[in-house]
Design a protein around this ligand. Structure first.
Ligand code: AMP
Ligand code: MG
Length: 340
């Protein structure tokens, strides 16, 4: 039946769908024990594609409103082990949005200029503007992940002795939570996605990057070296999830072994967050309305001979007439297919 083919993307359904992936603030998380990277797939591949397409459309609509309102911004943080699919997730989930409203920032090894500043400095510079969506492909969370797994990176950060005493990571968790709270107060919503890959699936994807020549560029010898620290990373990720999933900036753990399926909750989380922001088109003041009316009269007066004073009004009236003539069934169909 036609009705079943249209995915139901009611805000409540989206909220319920993504809830199992959210890390409850304060929950102790251990990986891989607490989250299954293979996930339990409830949709067929075709259904997953369809839901993703509908989610992408929803994102585009909300992004337009976010930009028009120009009050709130959205920061999406993506973290994962190598080959978990961060780039593909960005490509697919953001495929429908206006590129002018999205900034993707990828964070690599810090430069010497970066190291001459506090550790949040280089990330702060890339925060999204109001009305925009910022995506961090890796983020300040590397400061409690790769920096924790490799103590020599911390040693190279030129920190005063006082910042290296005591529990560095507890302190950084608190600083990150505070920073995210501050940003939220300023109108920037933050959602964090951890693409949860299994060790065996990473091995498989590395091999495909080696065996398939067109994928060779994606693989570096360093990736294999980092893999040797798998257990340390799992522990560090578990600690990050346990300490930095907050009411204001929650973590979502997305099962990443199954690529097409992983993109569905990722899109769902973004859609949910934008729905919660619920950006509206700005209200036009009475004065601005008067100015619009005055401009309209002027433009109508400029109509060349034979042209309608306002062709838009004519088109609109024609559309309504066409719909009426086609009957109520067709009207319902066009309503379903709107937003395109
Ligand atoms: P990729 O994203 O695969 O191109 O790799 C980027 C590399 O930069 C990874 O090996 C990260 O571990 C590394 N990296 C990212 N952020 C930091 C950081 N804050 N400190 C040290 N290394 C980092
Ligand atoms: Mg890499």
């Amino acid at each position: 039946m036609e009705g079943n083919a249209v995915p139901d993307l009611q805000p409540k359904r989206i909220a319920a769908f993504i809830e199992p992936f959210r890390v409850e603030p304060g929950r102790r998380v251990r990986l891989p024990r607490d989250f299954d990277p293979t996930g339990t797939r409830k949709q067929s591949k075709a259904e997953a594609k369809e839901i993703l397409a509908a989610g992408v459309e929803l994102l585009a609509e909300y992004q337009t409103r976010l930009a028009a309102q120009d009050t709130y911004g959205l920061l999406v943080v993506l973290q994962a082990m190598d080959a978990a699919g961060k780039d593909g997730t960005i490509r697919h989930v953001m495929s429908g949005v206006n590129p002018q409203g999205v900034q993707v920032s990828s964070f690599k090894v810090p430069s010497s200029e970066d190291l001459d500043h506090d550790y949040l400095w280089r990330y702060a510079k890339k925060l999204p503007e109001r009305g925009n969506i910022g995506i961090f492909n890796r983020s300040y969370y590397e400061e409690v992940l790769v920096v924790r797994v490799h103590p020599q990176i911390l040693a190279a950060q030129k920190l005063p002795p006082s910042s290296k005493r005591g529990d560095v990571w507890k302190r950084r968790f608190r600083e990150i939570n505070d920073w995210e709270h501050y940003l939220t107060d300023q109108g920037f919503r933050i959602v964090k996605l951890f693409l949860n890959l299994s060790k065996e699936e990473q091995r498989r994807r590395f091999l495909s990057r080696i065996d398939e020549p067109e994928k060779n560029w994606k693989f570096s010898a360093n990736d294999a070296k980092e893999r040797a620290y798998w257990d340390d990373y799992q522990k560090a990720f578990g600690d990050v999830l346990s300490n930095t999933s907050t009411e204001w900036a929650p973590w979502y753990v997305i099962p990443a072994d199954d690529k097409p399926f992983a993109r569905v909750p990722a899109a769902g989380v973004l859609a949910h967050t934008l729905i919660e922001i619920d950006p509206g088109y700005p209200k036009v003041s009475a004065e601005a309305r008067d100015a619009l009316e005055a401009a309209k009269l002027e433009l109508e007066a400029q109509a060349p001979p034979g042209a309608a004073p306002d062709p838009i009004e004519v088109e609109r009236a024609e559309k309504v007439a066409r719909k009426k003539a086609a009957g109520p069934k067709a009207e319902k169909r066009t309503r379903k297919g709107k937003n395109s």
